[in-house]
Design a protein around this ligand. Structure first.
Ligand code: PLP
Length: 355
């Protein structure tokens, strides 16, 4: 059922924004019946009870993943199982029914199938961003779980994040707000982890810092992650061209699917992969040749400078205009697998035969 992209959209300029497409998948859970079989819905407005714990108590979570075209216009989704499993952990955290992996995968697949013409052409560098959301939708005013839950998956075409090339950015280190607490919710994708970062992120943007870094909330000594992405770093290559890929070992960061995949690619390249507590002062001591943020939206965002209070910490020269060689290598492999240019030896693209 190969379907070419519609010619009604200007693929070079679609950006990152919500668009009404043909429809989306919606599932309902009740105590009596569990999850229903799901329906393809058209109306983007949901009817939700005003007493829904999803609205009052933040009983909700969400996910984000992407679908890509290859040269033959087949469409495949990048590692949906990983997001399904992560959403189960978020569901457990907010006392919600788990969406089984098969239901999650089916929801994602049917959403993409119902909107195939909106998956951007491969040449545009774009993709279809998919947003699964799970929340307590039935009425309950007491501090308790909702009697009914809603799970929706919708999609939207998004442009190439880096249509003018991957550009290194400056990062702001947040000191006056902690994203999560020790033993808190940081490793899950519950909405409550996000709204409180909007203010600090906006403030940082105003000052010229597109991304914000969180330190461990207990001591502000170790690096946790960025507000919307994981922290990753590379050492300089050794005489054999091998590097070490370093990422914080922290119980309060999200298990980024992008980061886990980059780790696998780094291993494939013969590099070392280290997951360990990373002290902020390692940046000052020049331990890393390259530092970046990684996540589904941009994949890799190189960071050339960190600003913590009145301290400025340069990574390398601090004024690089391009992605470093190490991350460029990882990025190329990653995008190559997503677009079908590099053999998917990991079995990441799903379904294998394409949609
Ligand atoms: C806090 C946080 N960390 C990391 C990530 C990156 O995760 P992924 O690579 O699965 O998109 C995200 C985005 O989902 C995020 O919100």
């Amino acid at each position: 059922m190969v379907q070419a992209p519609t010619d009604k959209l200007d693929w070079a300029n679609i950006g990152f924004q919500f668009r009404d497409l043909n429809g989306y998948m919606k599932y309902t859970w009740t105590e009596e019946n569990g999850w229903d079989k799901g329906t393809f819905e058209k109306d983007s407005y949901l009817k939700v009870h005003m007493c829904a714990p999803g609205l009052h108590y933040g009983q909700q979570c969400f996910e984000g993943l992407k679908a890509f075209r290859d040269d033959d216009d087949h469409v495949r989704i990048f590692r949906p199982r990983m997001n399904a499993e992560r959403m189960m952990r978020s569901a457990d955290m907010a006392y919600m029914p788990r969406v089984p992996v098969e239901v999650f995968e089916e929801a994602v697949r049917r959403t993409v199938e119902g909107n195939l013409e909106y998956v951007p052409p491969k040449a545009s560098g774009g993709s279809m961003y998919l947003r699964p959301v799970l929340f307590g939708s039935g009425p309950c005013i007491g501090m308790d779980a909702a009697p009914e839950f809603t799970f929706v998956v919708f999609g939207m075409p998004v442009g190439n994040y880096y249509k003018d090339g991957v550009k290194p950015v400056d990062a702001w280190v947040i000191e006056d707000f902690d994203r999560t607490a020790p033993n808190g919710t940081g490793a899950t994708k519950v909405g409550g982890n996000y709204a409180p970062t909007f203010g600090p992120m906006k403030e940082a943007k105003k000052r010229g810092y597109p991304i914000t870094l969180h330190l461990d909330s207990k001591t502000h000594t170790y690096i946790d992650e960025f507000s919307t992405s994981n922290f990753v770093a590379l050492t300089a290559p050794d005489v054999n061209g091998r590097r070490t890929f370093v990422t914080p070992d922290s119980s309060t960061i999200l298990a980024s699917v992008t980061r886990l995949s980059l780790e696998d690619i780094a291993k494939k390249l013969g590099w070392q992969v280290e997951r360990r507590p990373v002290k902020f002062e390692e940046l000052e001591q020049g331990h890393f040749a390259e530092v970046a943020a990684c996540g589904t939206a941009a994949i890799i965002t190189p960071v050339k400078k960190f600003v913590r209070g009145d301290k400025v910490i340069n990574i390398g020269s601090g004024d690089q205009q391009e992605i470093g060689e190490g991350f460029a290598q990882l990025y190329k492999e990653y995008r190559g697998i997503q677009g079908g240019d590099i053999e998917d030896t990991f079995g990441w693209m799903w379904p294998k035969e394409g949609l």
